[in-house]
Design a protein around this ligand. Sequence first.
Ligand SMILES: NC(=O)c1ccc[n+]([C@@H]2O[C@H](COP(=O)([O-])OP(=O)(O)OC[C@H]3O[C@@H](n4cnc5c(N)ncnc54)[C@H](OP(=O)(O)O)[C@@H]3O)[C@@H](O)[C@H]2O)c1
Length: 361
Amino acid sequence: MEKKLRAGIIGATGYVGQRFVTLMADHPWFETTVVAASPRSAGKMYKDAVKGRWKLEAAMPENIGNMTVASTDDLEKWANDVDFVFCAVDMKKDEIKALEERIAKLETPVVSNNSANRWTEDVPVVIPEINHDHMQIIEQQKKRLGTSRGFIAAKPNCSIQSYVPALSPLRHFGIEQISVCTYQAISGAGKTFTDWPEMVNNMIPFIGGEEEKSEKEPLRIWGKAANGKIDLDHETTISAQCYRVAVQEGHTAAVSVKFKNKPSKEEIIKLWKDYEGLPQKAGLPSAPKPFLTYFEEDNRPQPALDVMNGNGMGVTIGRLREDNIFDYKFVCLSHNTLRGAAGGAVLTAELLVHLGYIDHK
Ligand SMILES: NC(=O)c1ccc[n+]([C@@H]2O[C@H](COP(=O)([O-])OP(=O)(O)OC[C@H]3O[C@@H](n4cnc5c(N)ncnc54)[C@H](OP(=O)(O)O)[C@@H]3O)[C@@H](O)[C@H]2O)c1
């Protein structure tokens, strides 16, 4: 790309926002031109706004540290300084919905990490390797919003991004039932062990709203785009349990699955090894190659060893074996703040550029 696209990061001071800031530092297509956050941070230099709460091992890029944090209150003033925005904020759902629509109506595409618009009928919710064709409903959304280039595209919840990628290549066998238990990292709550010492040596058997999202969002990802909306997948039933565990980064999922037509173990492993989506085929900058990695070792994947597979964008799978109640069971892992949040959003933006939905203003 001759001239980089200008990106704004809304929620830039938060955990996911910090991931965006570091991921964008050397991005070949995008450059960060605006960092925005709440009125608490607005007007401060970025490095001062995050003083004492920089949560990453990677250093803060110097140029971003010296930028002044913008406020979402006056986004009309800076909307022309960006070609699109990433949005990852901790606000009430109705406020996020209003904020994201306001930005889209300023003819500025929004790539959202938030859940607020995931059930808005004409907003695509996409894992780029799996359902890029859902982006077509953006046309209907633009009609509703009265925009020519502004729209909202959302990423799904981080918890589903380990098991939905592993199950997607197997769908033609007819997936009838899934039982999944997720073991989710504390960064999923925007925390480190310093912020949340109660999590050291601990496990909490409840994450508000997470089981519902884990049961329903895959049915949207696996649905069909038609007439400007998504018809949900009605073939599959999912039962989910979600636990917070003493891990800094990486959501693990233990999955049991029942098929209409049971494949062999060898067929499943081959499908995992061969699976490629549009991001791999199109060579998008953040696409991991391979997308899915299967380990033969019984003690893998582990967050400590495998969470950074494919720069935190690859999904790792292991322990495929027969099950006494379902057909098979296995375990899978993905990085919740990279693949499951900022990295997945950057890949989504790359996909939107590739498909012609994001361009220069
Ligand atoms: N952590 C994950 O693994 C993960 C994964 C997927 C999706 N998400 C989603 O991403 C979003 C952010 O999560 P997080 O973990 O990064 O949260 P976080 O660390 O608490 O950061 C929240 C961000 O929102 C900003 N904010 C709060 N009120 C605002 C307002 N009125 N206007 C503008 N900005 C405001 C904060 O700015 P100040 O610093 O100024 O307060 C901060 O930048 C949430 O919707 C979350 O569900 C998180």
